[in-house]
Design a binder for this molecule. Structure first.
Ligand SMILES: [Fe+2]
Length: 252
C-alpha cells in the first residue's frame, strides 16, 4: 500500500493546493490526514472543502485545533492568544457542512492494520508534543503499529526504537532537505512526523508532506514551495494577528 500523508494544513489553501498538485502524479492507495485542518490560517472553509473532495480512501484523525474550533471555550485552556483568535474567527465563519465534517473526524490513534497507525499529537494523547526521545518512549508504549504517523509539532522527524543487545535503543532525528528517502528497518518500530503542510516550524517555509510505501517500508518526504504571499494576504484580510502571517515567511 502507498499512503499520501498530510498533516497540520491549518487553513492554508495555497499550501494544500501546492502539495496536492505535487503529489498528483504519485500513485497512492489512501490518504492519511493527521489532523489540524483549521486554525491559524485564513481559508478554513476552502481547505475543508478540498479535503472533503479528495478521491479514494481517506483516513483522518482530528487535531487539537479542529476540536477547539468546535468548542472555542477550550481555547482558554489550551491555546495562546493568537491561536485562540484564529479558532474563534474560524468558528464564526465555518459553513454547516464543514462544521459537520470536523465533528465527524475521530480522535486518534487509529490503527489501520498494514503496520500503520495515525494520531495527532502522540499515540498516548492528541494534545501532547513528541519532541524528545523521552516523550517518544511514552508514545511507543501507546502503539503497537510498526510505524505510527503523528503531527502537531509541525517538524518532520523520525523516532526509531530498536534493541541494542539486551538494551532498548531509541534515536530521534529531523528530516531536512527537498526530497528525503528513509528505508525503515523491519526489526524496529517508528514514530514519524511528515511535517506540516500549512505552517512549517523547522525554519524551512516550504510545505511538507510524505509518501509511505508499506511493502517497501520506504518513507519519502517532500518539501514544496507555495504561494506564501497569497496565504499571508488571506490571514490579514481575515483580520487575524500579523504574527500568524509573518511566521509563514520564516517557517517558524
Ligand atoms: Fe497543528
Amino acid at each position: 500500500m502507498r499512503y499520501l500523508i498530510l498533516s497540520d494544513v491549518h487553513a492554508n489553501l495555497e499550501a494544500l493546493r501546492a502539495v496536492l498538485a505535487h503529489a498528483a502524479r504519485k500513485s497512492r492507495d489512501a490518504v492519511l490526514f493527521l489532523g489540524d485542518a483549521v486554525g491559524y490560517g485564513g481559508a478554513p472553509n476552502q481547505v475543508l472543502e478540498l479535503l472533503r473532495g479528495l478521491k479514494g480512501r481517506v483516513v483522518s484523525v482530528r487535531g487539537n485545533h479542529d476540536r477547539v474550533t468546535l468548542d472555542a471555550s477550550q481555547g482558554v485552556v489550551f491555546f495562546n492568544y493568537h491561536a485562540r483568535r484564529a479558532v474563534e474567527w474560524a468558528a464564526g465563519v465555518l459553513t454547516p457542512a464543514n462544521r459537520a465534517f470536523l465533528k465527524r473526524l475521530p480522535q486518534g490513534p487509529l490503527d489501520l492494520g498494514d503496520g500503520v497507525a495515525i494520531c495527532h499529537g502522540s499515540p498516548a494523547d492528541e494534545d501532547e508534543y513528541l519532541l524528545t526521545e523521552m516523550e517518544a518512549l511514552e508514545g511507543f508504549r501507546a502503539t503497537r503499529a510498526f510505524v505510527t504517523f503523528f503531527g502537531h509539532s509541525h517538524v518532520p522527524w523520525v523516532f526509531e526504537l530498536g534493541t541494542d543487545g539486551e538494551r532498548l535503543s531509541l534515536a530521534g532525528y529531523p528530516l531536512r532537505g527537498t526530497r528525503i528517502t528513509v528505508d525503515l528497518h523491519p526489526d524496529r518500530q517508528y514514530l514519524i512526523n511528515p511535517g506540516s503542510v500549512g505552517q512549517p516550524r523547522d525554519r524551512d517555509p516550504r510545505a511538507s508532506y510524505a509518501v509511505y510505501d508499506s511493502r517497501l517500508r520506504r518513507l519519502s518526504l517532500y518539501r514544496v514551495p507555495y504561494d506564501v504571499a497569497g496565504a499571508r494576504r488571506r490571514i490579514m484580510a481575515a483580520g487575524l494577528p500579523q504574527v500568524l502571517a509573518d511566521r509563514l515567511l520564516h517557517g517558524a
